[in-house]
Design a protein around this ligand. Structure first.
Ligand code: 9D3
Length: 246
């Protein structure tokens, strides 16, 4: 009988490559807690590339004034292209991602796709933005983390990487993943309580102490729906659509 040798899957960890003018900001918060533990365990790895290393002049210039005028500076296409291309040969993951306030909003579905792949190559901008031509020529995807203004892409990169890493196998326990599935029905979470039963005169809702698990489940569901309706009309409409009864 012929038996093929079944090799263990080549276990190359999920990889984040971050192109930035501030490599000293990394791993930063990703070196602590859940993500930091997973980093030290070899579940994922982090590489930073200093974009300034790809400047060509003696002043190591990475930006210039915008053609057409206007405020601020723009990151040069040639410098950024050099940094992207230097990381391309060893990369078998998706096209680079530019974290940008004009990107499509990052969502959990995209996070899941990225976490299921081999990694993410992230470009962190500073200045007003980067030259449009390098985004086009290198097939760059643009992602935003929300409608507020950051001072640069690095903190957005922390968010994206953190969201991916916690989905990698073994990073978060099975209990939490199950809890997440119910959250993915598209509702915000119900309120939580623990000891003491009275805090500054405020009692824990009686139902949670009743031991009646059907009533507790119904109460939590009610609360989740109420809070979603009040805070997130957009999520609520989506939820109603998905679970419409006729
Ligand atoms: C006045 C025009 N500004 C756009 C709102 C210019 C501008 C402000 C801030 C350009 C870049 C930035 C830096 N922001 C990011 O790099 C960024 C970001 C953000 O500011 N909000 C949400 N998501 C992201 S992802 C990267």
């Amino acid at each position: 009988m012929v038996r093929e040798t079944v090799e263990a899957p080549e276990s190359t960890p999920w990889q984040a490559v971050v192109l930035t003018l501030y490599p000293e900001m990394f791993p930063g918060p990703l070196g602590a807690a859940l993500a930091g533990r997973a980093l030290r365990a070899g579940t994922w790895k982090l590489e930073t590339v200093d974009i300034r290393d790809f400047a060509r002049d003696k002043h190591r210039t990475v930006d210039d004034q915008p053609f057409g005028g206007g405020p601020g500076m723009v990151m040069r296409a040639d410098v950024l292209a050099g940094a992207i291309d230097a990381t391309a040969a060893s990369w078998d993951g998706p096209p680079p991602i530019y974290l940008s306030p004009r990107g499509r909003p990052l969502c959990q579905a995209r996070v899941r796709e990225l976490a299921n792949g081999s990694g993410a190559r992230l470009i962190c901008g500073r200045f007003e933005g980067v030259d449009q031509r390098v985004l086009e020529s290198r097939g760059v995807e643009e992602l935003s983390i929300g409608d507020y203004v950051l001072s640069g892409g690095e903190t957005a990169a922390f968010c994206l990487i953190d969201a991916c890493v916690r989905l990698l196998p073994g990073v978060v326990g099975a209990r939490e993943s199950l809890a997440e599935e119910s959250f993915e029905q598209g509702l915000l979470e119900y309120p939580h309580y623990t000891r003491p039963p009275t805090f500054e005169g405020r009692d824990v809702p009686q139902v949670l102490l009743s031991g009646d698990h059907a009533r507790i489940r119904a109460w939590r569901r009610e609360q989740a729906e109420k809070i979603t309706r009040e805070r997130r009309a957009d999520l609520w409409a989506q939820h109603r659509e998905k679970f419409a009864q006729g």
